[in-house]
Design a protein around this ligand. Structure first.
Ligand SMILES: NC(=O)c1ccc[n+]([C@@H]2O[C@H](COP(=O)([O-])OP(=O)(O)OC[C@H]3O[C@@H](n4cnc5c(N)ncnc54)[C@H](OP(=O)(O)O)[C@@H]3O)[C@@H](O)[C@H]2O)c1
Length: 252
């Protein structure tokens, strides 16, 4: 086997879905993978050379403590993937503020907590790579995603802002923007999910593009083309598309 691209990897949000698959596939490629999320039992079940480090990303000091423990136990982190996230569709009939705060706390501030522990370590070494999972839902506002989409738009903007500064210190950053992926997060969605992919395919695509050093990793291509076009299309056409393909009949 070739030596792994990243000897030591930390996947945060690895207990299920895309993060779990990333951990399995990276371990299969020879990396030693520290895996984090809240569900310790699920972390222990991840096959391959993976090591559970439970954490709640909303707790900054816990994240810092876990990052330091991983470095002490396993070694310096070459690649960290921030995959922890939550999505609860927003029902405008119950404009639930907790949905907004909880989603921002996990999806956005959770990444900030990880960065706060990782950046000083990586700056000291003058190397390391950080990958943040945002979403195509961060490109434009999509139906039912009013609590979720803004957190992902913020992550895309965050990664763009940090890239030049991190690069100067030898640290790479990537932003991963998946379309729909069949995971526990999307299992109960009652709206159409065009071009939905398996978590295995999403993880394989992510790793291949990370190995190429890409900044933005977005898939599947057909859905990304539509959503990116949506950024430059006039609102009338954008909303036609959104109503036609992304809104369930009951919501019309
Ligand atoms: N599935 C899609 O269609 C899709 C599309 C675009 C982007 N994404 C993004 O991809 C990432 C992975 O999502 P997924 O689809 O794989 O969903 P998932 O299967 O629900 O995985 C979410 C992961 O985040 C962890 N997590 C949630 N809250 C956490 C917290 N407070 N602290 C630590 N870990 C926490 C969960 O573990 P615990 O519950 O054990 O803590 C789980 O490991 C998310 O950022 C999501 O927004 C997904």
């Amino acid at each position: 086997m070739n030596p792994p691209h990243w000897p030591i990897v930390w996947v945060i949000g690895a207990s299920t879905g895309i993060g779990r698959e990333l951990a399995i596939q990276l371990a299969a490629k020879g990396s030693t993978v520290a895996v984090s999320a809240r569900s310790e039992e699920k972390l222990k079940d991840i096959p391959g050379n993976t090591h559970p480090y439970p954490v709640d990303v909303t707790n900054a000091s816990q994240v810092q403590g876990v990052a330091e423990t991983i470095v002490r136990d396993v070694g310096p982190i070459d690649l960290a993937i921030c995959a922890a996230g939550r999505f609860t569709p927003l029902d405008i009939a119950e404009f639930n503020v907790a949905n907004f705060t909880d989603t921002m706390n996990v999806n956005y501030l959770g990444v900030i907590h990880a960065l706060a522990s990782l950046v000083p370590m990586m700056r000291k070494r003058g190397k390391g790579h950080i990958a943040v999972i945002a979403s195509v839902a961060g490109y434009r506002g999509l139906p039912k995603a009013a609590a979720y989409g803004p957190t992902k738009a913020a992550l895309i903007n965050l990664a763009e802002s940090l890239k030049p500064d991190l690069e100067r210190d030898g640290i790479g950053i990537s932003v991963i923007n998946p379309g729909f992926v069949a995971t526990p997060m999307t299992a109960h969605n009652d709206f159409p999910m065009p071009f939905i992919m398996s978590p295995q395919a999403a993880a394989a695509r992510t790793i291949a593009d990370l190995e190429k050093g890409k900044f933005e990793i977005a898939f599947p291509r057909r859905f990304v083309v539509f959503t990116k076009l949506g950024r430059i299309l006039p609102y009338s056409i954008f909303f036609w598309f959104s109503r036609r393909f992304l809104t369930s009949p009951s919501a019309n």
